[in-house]
Design a protein around this ligand. Structure first.
Ligand SMILES: NC(=O)c1ccc[n+]([C@@H]2O[C@H](COP(=O)([O-])OP(=O)(O)OC[C@H]3O[C@@H](n4cnc5c(N)ncnc54)[C@H](OP(=O)(O)O)[C@@H]3O)[C@@H](O)[C@H]2O)c1
Length: 314
């Protein structure tokens, strides 16, 4: 298959490229040439999503779009000569998430501005333009090597340092993640089988627990701190202890239904496999590789004073 990857050099896009090449596809990537590392075995076309002229006059069997953020970008790319279109979207398209559980039939943003609203509007533009040849994959928490947002790597790195580690909530609390390799394989499958529709791209509800996930990272002593105490200590939601949201305020966070995705072939590997891959990536210079790109989105390191203060809460 001739495959166009819109993006393809930083995190998920690299996994898509690797998987596509492993499956024998002929890959073209489109990006500005500013960030990341293009695979040596792909054709790289340089250009901005704002003007896809460099891609006109050619045809691809399918596109996988890991970089689309706005309807204007989708208007351009969905007007290209493409057999099928797989758009990487986000669970942020659901206004109810993370306050309430969602599934693939939940309502999506119909107006407004912001990341989720723009992704939802982009989905509409894509599905109208591609008419029955468009799949949107609403990704949950994507994890794995090359993760420049560094949420799960933050935990893997901290636990590898050992000692007593503040852990949020309780070990039996569920969490859902998606290994970028599994998400990439799913996107490829949708492209190969020309499947259309909306799919939640994450592990199944109850996939794993915080206890299982963090224990896979090493032998540090995990000190579980109940939500109430974390809230009282003004622990920044989602970033200070990465991936943590208070369960009472956000009961839908880890209840993302994936029935349609599973029926369409999404499979997810054991989380220990993901954690092991991240550990190996960190040991071989992962942090150096991501440099400063999107550093403002990354969870900050926790000072030893702050960590000690949190550990004293229980
Ligand atoms: N991380 C998560 O947990 C999460 C959750 C839900 C959804 N998502 C979605 O998953 C996708 C993953 O992104 P990724 O960074 O891993 O993908 P990626 O394809 O590995 O990297 C982004 C690519 O887009 C290119 N790009 C950015 N702006 C561009 C522009 N204006 N014109 C042309 N190319 C442009 C970048 O290269 P240049 O900068 O060189 O152009 C880079 O190649 C995103 O759509 C994100 O919204 C992520």
């Amino acid at each position: 298959m001739k495959l166009l990857v819109l993006g393809g050099t930083v995190f998920l896009g690299r996994h898509v490229v690797n998987e596509a090449l492993a499956r024998g596809h002929e890959v073209t990537i489109y990006s500005r040439g500013l960030h990341g590392t293009p695979h040596p075995d792909v054709e790289q076309v340089i250009g901005d999503r704002a003007d896809v002229t460099p891609l006109r006059g050619r045809a691809w069997d399918a596109a996988i779009d890991t970089s689309g953020m706005t309807p204007a970008q989708l208007r351009g790319s969905a007007s290209l000569d493409l057999g099928h279109y797989v758009f990487v979207s986000s669970c942020n398209v659901y206004p109810d998430w993370p306050e309430r559980p969602v599934d693939e039939d939940s309502r999506t943003w119909q107006d407004g501005e912001g990341y989720g609203q723009d992704k939802a509007a982009s989905e509409r533009v894509g599905s109208e333009a591609m008419d029955g040849r468009f799949a949107t994959v609403r990704a949950g928490l994507i994890v794995g090597r090359h993760d420049n947002i560094f949420r799960l790597p933050w935990w893997v790195r901290r636990i590898a340092q050992g000692g007593r580690v503040p852990a949020p909530g309780a070990p039996d609390r569920p969490i859902q993640i998606i290994d970028a390799r599994d998400l990439a394989a799913f996107c490829l499958r949708l492209a190969e089988e020309r499947t259309s529709g909306a799919f939640n791209g994450t592990g199944p509800i109850g996939q794993t627990t915080w206890g299982e996930l963090l224990a896979a990272a090493g032998d540090a002593e995990l000190v579980w701190i109940p939500d109430e105490q974390l809230v009282e200590a003004k622990v920044q939601e989602w970033t200070e202890l990465p991936m943590w949201l208070p369960a009472d305020a956000y009961p839908g966070t880890w209840r993302i239904g994936t029935a349609n995705a599973q029926a369409a072939g999404l499979t997810t590997r054991p989380v220990a496999d993901t954690v092991e891959d991240i550990r190996e990536w960190l040991q071989t210079g992962g942090e150096r590789e991501i440099g400063d790109y999107r550093a403002e989105l990354r969870p900050p390191d926790m000072s030893s004073e702050r960590e000690a203060a949190l550990l004293q809460l229980v």
